[in-house]
Design a protein around this ligand. Sequence first.
Ligand SMILES: [Mn+2]
Length: 280
Amino acid sequence: MPSPLKFCDSSDSYENAKYIIFGVPFDATVSYRSGTKFAPNEIRKASYNMESYSIFRGVDLKNSGIFDMGDIEEYHDPEDMLEEVYTVVDGIVSDHKFPIMLGGEHSISTGAIRRIKSRVVFIDAHTDFRDSYMGTKNSHACVARRATEIVGKENVVSVGIRSVSMEEIRDGPQKYFTSFEVNSDSSKLKTFLNEFGKSPIYFSIDFDGFDPAYAPGVGTPEPFGLNPMVVMDILDSVGDKLVGLDLNEITPTFDNGNTSMLAARIIQEVVSYLELPRNE
Ligand SMILES: [Mn+2]
């Protein structure tokens, strides 16, 4: 899966790397604005604007061991895509490395969660708890439902919720924090995550969880969203237990550049957090 573009500071070989980036250019089930398949390369391009040094963490990412594998091939059937994501994540995790997946639409996460089977923290405007949507159970509108089936409802939480269907409320969705709760007082979220983060955590970021002011280039924008600083709160609470990351639903055709930039920066912040010296 060679790609001519590589994420910045991806200079190491796979063997020597700790963080493995790969793209999943898949947007076959999107319900409103398509184009997320173009996001992996836009995130890579945006990354070239970034300094390698994190002043916040005091970490230089040049030597952190990031390797960008490029993209998997473009699939049209969600189950084919999920099998390939599972295989790639299986290889990375079996080699004791940290997978960073660039979507693509949100349905890509299911492939990683099937392999990793840890607790899941979603950032999302939507509960994504429909049993099926537009004829497929692997729609991006169903990803949290699939996650609860894989790891149990008590092991999934969504942050930033502000758009839910009656059907999802009736079915009793996963634990969630609305954007209104988090924006007015994030202490309840942090208290919850401090406990939740005692087990390994897969972190899946749907960029429509952020306010459209910060992340305009998404498939289904929703006003009254999160400030991206919530990522720092989540890292402070569960960062030590992170076992995988994905960034999804970015739609470059509707972006002014800021959404891909935010994605590239979040990858840097997560890696620099994980690179902090630990007393373990
Ligand atoms: Mn969403």
